[in-house]
Design a protein around this ligand. Structure first.
Ligand SMILES: [Zn+2]
Length: 96
């Protein structure tokens, strides 16, 4: 049984369209549960590094692609989120 691929780790509608929020304390970022009303901090339980070591972005930076598996200890919500430098890298956010 092989490792799960990047493609099989998809977030649900619960994280789409700005529904996933978070904050920092020092320089660490924390995600808030989109289901709980009181900013419950999500647990990050696993990740896949799908960065392409030979590829560069259009800005000349190393390609970065990481999927985090997240869950809430309070309500048992589970999901996936992705952080990458493949998409938007500037400009003003417009939720289309
Ligand atoms: Zn929760």
């Amino acid at each position: 049984m092989g490792a799960r691929s990047w493609e099989s780790w998809h977030g649900s509608n619960d994280v789409f369209n700005g529904n996933l929020r978070g904050t920092t304390d020092t320089d660490y970022f924390y995600f808030f549960c989109p289901k709980c009303p009181d900013n419950q901090i999500l647990l990050v339980s696993d990740y896949i590094d799908d960065s392409n070591k030979t590829k560069r972005t259009k800005y000349g930076h190393k390609d970065i692609g990481i999927v985090f598996k997240i869950k809430c200890a309070k309500c048992s919500y589970k999901d996936y989120i992705k952080i990458t430098n493949r998409g938007w890298q500037g400009g003003t956010f417009q939720n289309t």
